[in-house]
Write a protein that binds this ligand. Structure first.
Ligand SMILES: Cc1cc2nc3c(=O)[nH]c(=O)nc-3n(C[C@H](O)[C@H](O)[C@H](O)COP(=O)(O)OP(=O)(O)OC[C@H]3O[C@@H](n4cnc5c(N)ncnc54)[C@H](O)[C@@H]3O)c2cc1C
Length: 232
């Protein structure tokens, strides 16, 4: 069924809801919300370019918030959002209150102009994500890895969290690394605890040096994360 781009807010039915991470010390969980699209319709067919960070907007209780779809743009029939639920959060709280079968008012694509301009396309691509900023970084990683190897030779994703309880998508990230051996690498950094397979560190100059030190001087970088953490 043909569908016009989601320029205006329209109701989308919630098909599924799943907890991705319980949240560490601060205890803010991250949940995946799957919304229905008309049969045969994908976000890509609605004009979304996930590699440029196009996001949807959700309207709740008079507020509008942006969310990055995290399912592949070509997936037909539904799309996923991964949302950190803040106590008292107008929009995240509203989404969390929905039961399967309920509807949310959603529009898009809403371009994120700074994302399109922030990543200067280069053969070596560094993605630095703080917390739930991974929702913006993962679609960009997928899109960069879909480019020919002579255009994008390596993608390294450095993902910073406080604790292992904040981390999710371990399997998706591992799968992506297996699909692109030697070309994609993910580095998990935890600032508040030791965990096997993770670096115990804040995202600071020594960690940036050890993660990206062998990158070409012309490498392109994208940094995504919450304002609070970026400003910290
Ligand atoms: C381009 C873009 C893409 C985004 N994509 C995603 C996404 O994919 N997933 C996602 O979860 N979020 C994403 N966000 C953030 C999202 O838009 C909202 O800002 C977030 O969900 C909080 O909105 P709220 O209405 O629930 O909380 P609000 O009602 O605005 O805030 C309520 C309380 O929640 C707490 N709070 C709010 N934001 C934060 C924060 N960042 N850190 C700590 N405490 C906070 C504060 O205590 C605040 O007082 C994105 C933002 C942008 C700009």
């Amino acid at each position: 069924m043909a569908m016009k781009p989601m320029r205006q807010f329209r109701p989308f039915e919630l098909l599924a809801k799943e907890t991705l991470a319980e949240g560490g010390e601060e205890g803010f969980p991250v949940r995946r919300f799957t919304f229905q699209l008309p049969e045969g319709c994908s976000l890509e067919s609605l004009g979304f370019d996930m590699g440029l960070g196009d996001c949807v907007q959700v309207s709740a209780a008079g507020s509008v918030r942006s969310y990055s779809p995290v399912s592949p743009g070509q997936r037909a029939g539904s799309f996923d959002l991964a949302v950190k639920i803040y106590p008292g959060g107008q929009c995240s709280g509203h989404l969390d209150s929905l039961a399967v079968g309920d509807q949310a008012m959603i529009s898009g694509p809403a371009p994120v102009p700074w994302l399109a301009h922030a990543l200067n396309q280069q053969q070596h691509v560094g993605l630095i994500a703080f917390g739930v900023g991974i929702t913006e970084a993962l679609p960009v990683a997928r899109s960069q890895l879909a480019k020919p190897v002579d255009v994008v030779e390596r993608v390294v994703l450095l993902w910073g969290n406080k604790t292992w309880m904040d981390v999710f998508w371990q399997e998706e990230l591992q799968e992506l690394a297996q699909q692109h051996p030697g070309r994609f690498q993910v580095v998990f950094a935890l600032s508040r605890e030791d965990h096997e397979g993770c670096v115990r560190s804040r995202i600071d100059p020594p960690l940036l040096q050890s993660t990206f030190g062998d990158f070409a001087p012309t490498a392109g970088f994208l940094v995504v994360g919450t304002k609070q953490i970026l400003g910290a």
